[in-house]
Design a protein around this ligand. Structure first.
Ligand code: GLA
Length: 366
């Protein structure tokens, strides 16, 4: 009897230790388990947008296990990093760059010129009047030179210009203050200065609504034009803020095929799949959606969309040189409260507890 109970204890201990081994090998939270970056090692780097703050929380472990590239979500945007004419704020950007260095990760720089999150001072003189084209270009040059040189050697790719093309059918360039004051010249100058500051960095044009035929044609027209003028542009960033119902497989394939023809590198730069439907690239309300949970139906729709997207990404591996998610886990996404206040979204591959969702497994099994 005594021997029998010993035997039971030994067998139990063996079973527990075997299941621990299995846990370590398969559970994505375990340090030895393969992460997204490992499944996609032979395809492209897998990145994620981060804040300096998140890298001081338990999300940091998830970031290093699953990803091999990071993009600062806000820390390198002009209003954050250059809040006053004589004032640079390096704190968060430096800490993100140090994190990338420490963990051997790639770092994407985001972004050098954008109509949003641009500081007010840059467009105004000491009397509060709008500055001239010469002054604005000089300020932009100083900004780009300073920021790009600081991160030379750690930032391998910059989103130089962000969203300069209009979404309106009757308008080519976005009618931003940059455009009103400088015309289109600021775009090519931004690429030239970034190249001067760091000749080794890959320079991207980044935009959204890339699945829309009219917008895509404009993006392609502008990029071809820049290339033909000898402007140093190396790639196009597709933001890929998509949803359960958009793009369709055909739309996505056409988008990738059209951009592939450019002869530039393509990166997916801000990927997420909202659980709320988009109609013609517009996000709208759904009945009762402010109380919406991540239901089994949404979970399945999202899984299918993630699977379709990664199938397409793998197909275009020759031109696709990176896939970056916009935010780490469903604990926080920029889509929470946007565009519907009080509405939570669940657009990523990890849940609020940082566990892989079913869609994770759909993306890594191929
Ligand atoms: C755009 C910008 C990103 C980010 C998202 C929303 O796509 O490029 O930096 O601000 O909007 O958060």
């Amino acid at each position: 009897m005594k021997y029998l109970s010993h035997l039971v204890i030994i067998l139990l201990a063996a079973a527990i230790s075997m299941s621990c081994v299995a846990y370590r090998a398969h559970h994505p939270a375990s340090p030895e388990a393969p992460g997204l970056k490992d499944y996609y090692r032979d395809y492209f780097p897998i990145g994620v947008a981060v804040s300096g703050y998140a890298l001081h929380t338990d999300e940091a472990g998830l970031v290093t296990r699953q990803f091999n590239s990071i993009t600062p979500e806000n820390a390198m945007k002009m209003s954050v990093i250059h809040p006053g004419e004589q004032q640079y704020n390096w704190r968060d950007a430096d800490s993100i760059a140090a994190f990338a260095r420490r963990n051997g990760m790639k770092l994407r720089g985001h972004t050098l010129v954008w109509h949003n999150q641009a500081p007010k001072w840059i467009f105004k003189d000491a009397n509060g009047q709008q500055v001239s084209k010469d002054v604005l270009l000089q300020r932009l040059k100083e900004h780009i030179m300073t920021v790009v040189k600081r991160y030379k050697g750690i930032v391998y790719a910059w989103d130089v210009a962000n969203e300069v093309i209009s979404d309106r059918k009757d308008e080519f360039y976005r009618n931003s203050l940059w455009y009103q004051i400088c015309g289109e010249e600021y775009i090519e100058k931004a690429f030239q200065w970034a190249h001067e500051a760091d000749p080794d960095a890959l320079l991207f044009y980044n935009d959204y609504n890339e699945i829309n035929t009219v917008k895509r044609e404009k993006m392609i027209r502008m990029l071809n034009n820049l290339v033909s003028k000898g402007v140093p542009v190396h790639g196009v960033g597709l933001q890929a803020h998509w949803a359960v119902n958009e793009p369709s497989a055909e739309q996505l394939d056409k988008t990738m095929a059209d951009f592939a023809k450019l002869g530039l590198k393509i990166q997916i730069t801000e990927f997420d799949v909202s659980v709320y439907r988009k109609e013609h690239e517009m996000r709208s309300r759904e009945a009762g959606d402010s109380a919406m949970e991540f239901t089994a139906v949404k979970e399945q729709q999202q899984l299918e969309q993630f699977r379709r997207c990664f199938e397409s990404f793998r197909k275009y591996r020759d031109v696709l040189t990176g896939v970056t998610f916009w935010n780490i886990s469903d604990r926080y996404s920029w889509l929470d409260n946007f565009p519907v206040r009080g509405r939570k979204d669940y657009p990523l591959l990890f849940d609020k507890e940082l566990q892989p969702k079913k869609a994770f497994w759909a993306v890594v099994k191929f």
